[in-house]
Design a protein around this ligand. Structure first.
Ligand code: SF4
Length: 257
């Protein structure tokens, strides 16, 4: 095992010990995961919950029922999630892809070979790498590691340096360091989000951190402020990272709790 593999696994074990299993993604079935993954772009999860509740109350949380809505009706139901007209177009684009490529059959889509499924998702309006990988790991149970701004922030501070600061490079860092296992990848991502909300916030709380003794920043080997700026600027510049943003108030939930 390489030193990097050893460190990636060590971090996982420390996070499991601190936070326990997270059991993501909370949803009644894969379609709700997909809708939640799209609605959570650029907003806090609390707002997504309100939009999902509206959809449930209207009986619109299935592909067939959502298809029957006009764009305006759908937008109104998901209004609490913000950017609601844009997100309505994204949801409808997903349904169009489902109809055109998979005869409208969600199970058929999710059963597609994983690379084919990822390509189909990435070719769909409004679905970038993060959203695609959330759908892949939590709805299709396929092993793709989800990288978000929290991942980059925490692991940069820990001292990990992928070759380039891109989505693909960060994803490779994890996927090459861990067994290719969807449950493990899903759990690890959920733990990173919990850790980023609890300790590795914009202003990190290193004195309460489960990773302090293995973290370059926690051990005082580099400064937080400079590193933070680099990570945030890189995230803002990278189109692949636009799906999920770190909330200004890092205590706000940007993912399911
Ligand atoms: S020690 Fe500090 S900088 Fe390092 S992971 Fe923990 S909270 Fe983040």
């Amino acid at each position: 095992m390489t030193e990097r593999e050893d460190r990636v696994r060590d971090v996982y074990e420390r996070l499991v010990e601190r936070y326990g299993p997270r059991g993501w993604w909370p949803a009644d079935g894969p379609f709700e995961v997909i809708v939640g993954a799209i609605l959570t772009q650029r907003t806090a999860w609390t707002n997504v919950e309100k939009a999902l509740a509206n959809l449930k109350q209207a009986g619109a949380l299935s592909p067939a029922a959502m298809r029957a809505l006009s764009a305006a009706e759908l937008a109104e139901l998901i209004r609490p999630s913000g950017f609601y007209r844009s997100k309505a177009r994204k949801l409808l684009a997903f349904l169009e892809m489902l109809d055109a490529g998979f005869e409208g059959d969600l199970e058929r889509l999710l059963a597609a070979p994983r690379e084919e499924l990822r390509r189909a998702l990435l070719a769909t309006h409004g679905i970038g790498a993060e959203t695609a990988d959330v759908i892949l790991v939590y709805a299709a149970r396929q092993p793709f590691f989800v990288v978000d701004a929290y991942t980059r922030r925490t692991f940069s501070r820990l001292g990990f340096r992928p070759g380039r600061d891109t989505y693909d490079a960060w994803q490779r860092l994890f996927e090459e360091s861990l067994p290719r296992d969807a449950a493990l990848f899903g759990e690890y991502h959920a733990l990173i989000v919990e850790h980023a909300k609890d300790a590795c916030r914009a202003e990190p709380l290193c004195d309460r951190c489960a990773l302090a003794e293995v973290c370059e920043t926690g051990l005082g080997r580099h400064q937080v402020a400079g590193d933070e700026r680099v990570v945030q600027d890189a995230a803002a510049d990278d189109e692949d990272m636009e799906d999920f943003v770190v909330a200004e108030d890092a205590r706000e939930r940007v993912r399911p709790a």
